[in-house]
Design a binder for this molecule. Structure first.
Ligand code: SAH
Ligand code: SF4
Length: 427
């Protein structure tokens, strides 16, 4: 989501006549699009920002801006105002679309601009992102989140759920396919609750149905799903849509019912397994990926064992693993029984080991098979092209010609963790 928001900011700048550079010394404008979901992301952002002080001294006309959800966090704008005087503009996630006018304001008045408004109106349409991820294109379908999982800062910094109209989404996806994009990923904090804030009978399953009418060869992906809201209608819509990849990212967070309750996830581990079975019933070959967290307040060894058990039971094709990070303003931050860093470290290592083992087992099934990937890049270090198959596995292969954007069949001859290696099938 952050990557796509950066594409939108880059779009605003390119329309104003700026063009991208990788050299900070050449830049006229530097925008930090920040994330505050975990503490280390935030520290990283402040570290990078501090490192720019010398640049501003060397080139006083340089404009430095900070946006994204960290800027929206309580106290951050004040901190930047006082301790980072070389920052010119601070804006939030709600008003990202207005960044161009803040830039004009700064250039015209020389006054620093601090605008973190909570605009509760509709999502603004008509931005032209400067897309950097061909052949994949990101499409936001909604913003914000209503779930208030007790560890999570997102609802505080991104506000309540706001869905785009299905017509706007349809026309953006159709345009991208006509432009030659081969893969479209629909984005939202909880795409399963898409449409709940809109008038009429519109939900995520009906949006997926509608997008199945778009002609052309392209793959449709979406993320992220909340297990409590994943419906049978949606799974059927995915199964019936020829564009939809057979991959569902279904964050579980924990396998302990006690911890899930404290997290306010509103499902039990049995409910989660039921959703997995529902997916397998309609889409037997569906890959399921997840997010898992260790070290939530009061998590015991037994709770952690329940998580390991659930991971073994489901057999995820891959998993993102996180160490719980305290976020100011959230309910969990005030809970008693915060887990020590040593225990968190020990649990994350054991969890990663199990997940890696599952990834290896899943990848091993690919050996000697032929898979179809959409070639998306060239890895200079490896000297190989790479692309993902519909289940999200990355395949690497050699080619003498540039195949980016092409569907490629590769015979898998080797696997290493999540990566597949093979030879290109030419006929
Ligand atoms: N809306 C998505 C997730 C957004 S954040 C969802 O509900 O699935 C992505 C992941 O970051 C979450 O799934 C969670 O595992 C992790 N995360 C969120 N807050 C966290 C925190 N305070 N500490 C550690 N991990 C966190
Ligand atoms: Fe955060 Fe939960 Fe919303 Fe995901 S669903 S963004 S984890 S509050």
């Amino acid at each position: 989501m952050n990557i796509h928001e950066s594409e939108k900011l880059a779009g605003i700048l390119t329309q104003k006549g700026y063009f991208p550079t990788e050299d900070n010394e050449l830049a006229d404008v530097i925008v930090f699009n920040t994330c505050c979901i975990r503490e280390n992301a935030e520290q990283h952002a402040f570290g990078n920002l501090g490192a720019l002080k010398y640049l501003k001294k060397k080139k006083p006309s340089l404009i430095i801006a900070v946006g994204g959800c960290m800027a929206q966090e309580e106290g951050t704008a004040e901190k930047i105002k006082e301790s980072y005087p070389f920052v010119d503009i601070v804006f939030g996630t709600h008003n990202l679309e207005l960044f161009g006018s803040y830039l004009d304001e700064r250039l015209a008045s020389k006054k620093r601009v601090f605008k973190i408004t909570d605009d509760s109106g509709k999502i603004k349409e008509g931005l032209n992102p400067f897309r950097t991820s061909y052949p994949n294109a990101w499409v936001n379908i909604m913003q914000g989140c209503n779930n208030f999982c007790t560890y999570c800062i997102v609802p505080y910094v991104r506000g309540r759920e706001k869905s785009r109209s299905k017509e706007a989404i349809f026309s953006e996806v159709q345009k991208l396919v006509l432009l030659g994009y081969k893969e479209v990923t629909l984005l939202g904090q909880n795409v399963n609750s898409y449409g709940k804030d809109l008038d009429g009978d519109v939900n995520f399953a009906s949006l997926i149905d509608m997008l199945s009418e778009i002609r052309g060869d392209f793959r449709l992906r979406f993320m992220t799903n909340h297990p409590k809201d994943l419906t049978e209608d949606l799974v059927k819509a995915v199964a019936n849509n020829k564009h939809c990849c057979h991959l569902i990212h279904l964050p579980v967070q924990s396998g302990s019912d006690r911890i899930l309750k404290l997290m306010n996830r509103r499902y039990t581990s049995a409910d989660y397994i039921e959703k997995v079975n529902l997916i397998k019933k309609y889409i037997p070959d569906c890959a399921i990926t997840t997010d898992i967290m260790v070290g939530f307040p009061t998590e015991t060894e037994q709770d952690f064992q329940d998580t390991l058990e659930l991971v073994k039971k489901v057999g995820f094709s891959s998993a993102f693993t996180f160490v719980y990070s305290r976020r100011k303003g959230t309910v969990a931050d005030k809970m008693e029984g915060q887990v020590s860093e040593d225990i968190k470290k020990d649990r994350i290592m054991r969890l990663v080991e199990l997940c890696n083992e599952q990834t290896r087992i899943y990848s091993a099934k690919y050996l000697t098979k032929t898979v179809t990937v959409i070639c998306e890049d060239y890895d200079k270090k490896k000297g190989l092209y790479l692309g993902r198959d519909e289940y999200g596995r990355m395949g690497y292969f050699k080619s003498d010609v540039n195949l980016i954007g092409e569907l490629c069949n590769i015979n898998i001859t080797d696997v290493n963790g999540i990566s597949l290696y093979g030879t290109l099938v030419t006929d």
